[in-house]
Design a binder for this molecule. Structure first.
Ligand SMILES: Cc1ncc(COP(=O)(O)O)c(C=O)c1O
Length: 398
């Protein structure tokens, strides 16, 4: 018996598929520094745990499909602090940004419709498109232009009668690019011209560096009717396990449609929503500290990369990821080798091969995605191991 074609198209997660090799290395007593995964190590704010540990109700009930009203209001205030007004019904709480993405995709496109997505892109977004039988149409971005958007003409050349939306991730995972107002204006104008929705995944919005402003699509008035924003507490509040995200749009038809999807899955975890509402009250000082910490880590990485010959990279402008072009033919082979055949004093590093962040055949073969989720000391060691690993691997391949 066969499983569906839809599910067969879903690729394995590039971040997780080499985990068995890392597990084997650990079994053999090696320490593995994880530069592959975007799981923050910053402590989750204690207000989350305080709120959930004090929660008592005789029966742990479903909550509203739209979300616990307290949390919806907290999200509303969060956007308003940045000058973005959403009506109460413009916000729906979801099980992570992941469910928000699935809801948005399901709402804007039918099976075999197409959505344009700058490439490289967050691999799971591609999986969600396969899962909903939507065809992702990659719009290549290049290291030479710091993974910023290509021209309007390049986008336009990919638009067909089946195109229903453009999906951006800003700041970007995996490249770290932060889009400019001009880029957002360009894509907005394009969407308006071709009557497309504009989904913007903003789960990393607060993490922009070097004075770069990460502008929400909610700030672009012209995008009001077409924009759908994806948000999440996972990264901003270091609360991936809370599984709380949200989808926002001022398009009432979009939101009443998403509400039907939300009603079908009944509700999001009641307890996690209670904790998450407190996270939104923490304020910008906490987020600023976290941003500074990621900035320190980014700078450590860049300092080490300067000493590694042949590595191609752009200094990431935001999020906590970057793409490295390595002086190897097959970055996945190198990544596996680091886990199976290499160590420095019994320690090695794990990277995410970047080819799975692309859908264009052959793209990204020599690239890896690096996530800077380790503390500064560990990062220093991990980068030194990476440097030595590259030297040894290159000498073996000569
Ligand atoms: C760009 C992007 N969007 C969405 C998500 C989904 O996160 P969550 O479901 O934990 O909110 C992630 C997680 O890594 C991500 O990188």
């Amino acid at each position: 018996m066969n499983v569906s074609k839809r599910v067969s198209l879903v690729p394995s997660s590039p971040i997780r598929k080499l985990v068995p090799l890392a597990d084997e290395a650990k079994k053999q007593g090696k320490k593995v520094y994880h530069l592959n995964i975007g799981q923050p190590d910053i402590l989750t704010p204690s207000v989350f745990f305080d709120a959930i540990s004090h929660h008592r109700e005789p029966v742990l009930k479903y909550t509203h499909s739209q979300g616990d009203p307290n949390l919806v209001r907290a999200i509303q205030r969060y956007f308003l602090q940045d000058g973005i007004h959403f009506d109460f019904e413009d916000i729906i709480v979801t099980t992570g940004g992941s469910e928000a993405l699935i809801f948005a995709l399901t709402t804007v496109a039918d099976p075999y419709d197409e959505i344009l997505i700058p490439e490289p892109f967050y691999a799971n977004t591609g999986s969600f498109m396969n899962q909903t039988s939507i065809v992702p149409i990659p719009v290549p971005t290049k290291a030479e232009t710091a993974f910023h958007l290509p021209t309007k003409e390049e986008f336009e050349s990919k638009i067909t009668p089946k195109t229903k939306a453009i999906l951006l991730t800003n700041p970007n995972n995996p490249s770290g690019a932060v889009l400019t107002k001009q880029e957002l204006d360009m894509v907005t104008a394009l969407c308006l011209k071709h009557q497309l929705f504009l989904i913007v995944d903003e789960v990393y919005r607060k993490f922009a560096f070097d004075g770069k402003k990460s502008i929400s699509i909610g700030h672009i008035e012209e995008a009001k009717e077409i924009a759908i924003i994806i948000d999440s507490v996972s990264k901003r509040y270091s609360s991936c396990g809370a599984r709380i995200g949200s989808v926002q749009s001022r398009n009432k038809l979009v939101m009443s449609s998403i509400l039907k999807l939300a009603q079908a899955r009944l509700s999001v975890s009641t307890v996690d929503q209670i904790g998450a509402a407190k996270l939104y009250e923490i304020g910008d000082a906490y987020i600023e500290d976290v941003r500074q910490e990621y900035l320190r880590r980014r700078d450590i990485i860049v300092k080490h990369l300067l000493q590694i010959p042949g590595v191609r990279y752009e200094i990431p402008e935001g999020s906590f990821y970057m793409i490295l072009g390595l002086p190897v033919l097959d970055a996945e082979d190198f990544t596996k080798w680091l886990l199976t055949d290499f160590d420095v004093h019994n320690e090695t590093v794990m990277l995410a091969p970047a080819k799975d962040f692309y859908r264009t055949p052959g793209a990204g073969l020599n690239q890896v995605r690096l996530a800077y989720m380790l503390n500064c000391n560990e990062l220093e060691k991990a980068m030194e191991i990476l440097k030595q690993g590259l030297q040894v691997y290159q000498s073996l391949k000569k």
